[in-house]
Design a protein around this ligand. Sequence first.
Ligand SMILES: [Zn+2]
Length: 395
Amino acid sequence: MSDGYKILEKDLLDDFLAMVQIDSPSRDERGMADWLTEKLRSLGCEVEEDNAGATVDGNAGNLRVFLKGNTDADPLLFSAHMDTVEPSRGVDPVVEDGIVRSKGETILAADDKAGLACIVQLARLAQAQPDVPRPDLEFSIHICEEVGLLGAKTVDTSKFRSKVGFVLDDEDVKKVNVGSPGAVRLNYTVFGKASHAGVAPEKGISALKVAAEVLAKMNFGRIDDETTANVGRIEGGTASNVVTEKVTMKAEARSHNPDKLKAQVDHMNACFEEVCKEWQQKTKHLWEGTDEGPLPSWKLDQADDYAPVKFSEDDYAVKLPMAAGKTLGWDMATKISGGGTDGSILTHEGIPCVVLGVGMRDIHSTKENIAVSDLNDAARLMSAIVTMHANSGVA
Ligand SMILES: [Zn+2]
């Protein structure tokens, strides 16, 4: 087995610092896409941009990147996202005592420019150390991860040949993410009947009161160790002197187990159904014989956000990074995540993708930071994965 790559630490940090200074909030990734396209092409990659930007009303698409290998091992895919959460404009990075932070007014954007820096590093290593064995590499670089995995959802996975991949978008470098929940968004509407609250309250049906009874009945929060649910927003009514005609509620449910996810959604729906049925008996005289139909009533708009993912320790996508970490002398461990990632989408679109950490900390806050040593370790792990796979051959 070859000795493998020697990380280019200075280039890695320079690339990272250059990228965090390019503004790229979701739907405004143009500058980041242009920088990466130019950089990766100069390092010998083929780069194509898809038209996802038009689909999501943004100004850049996903990048599809190919880098020719020097062995006949199966290709490997790496993925990261270009967009960031706010406040992210004008990031001014400071490196102090081996830690990179923003000056405190913005996030740092290590999420996910640390992942992008590792991808650029793989291309740099292929050019700088061409004799180290490597498979063909494919990079899928996405827009709009932070606003609902929108970029990943439009990726045409048939354009890739990899049978396994890695999404570089998590914290701890020594933990391999083997499972993420499935999630559904549930937008409920409760319909009542408006009436003057002082003159004729008995002619109205308060959608607000119905909604309150539904909420009192509903289990949400932590349901079990695999399942959570939440009602996060409730809105309705017009004025204090009007019986509330309509209430909308934004809710979600997540579970690592598809059956439990379905059971939770069924339970939430049943709460609306039961409460409305009871009320319809009491308020028959207000709607029977009219064209308003049974009142109160309810409606659900459901969107499946992403499906659950579960890898076994025997899957190559898990075994490869675990073994690669071991060659670096590390104790590797597995973990389960509480949210969906671009990996959930790519996995269900046919390329099993495990999520790996790249050292980012306190993400989505102005305290976000990354240790330079962790960024180096992340690049070390990715390059060890490439070398080990090139030497073993088949996914
Ligand atoms: Zn991220």
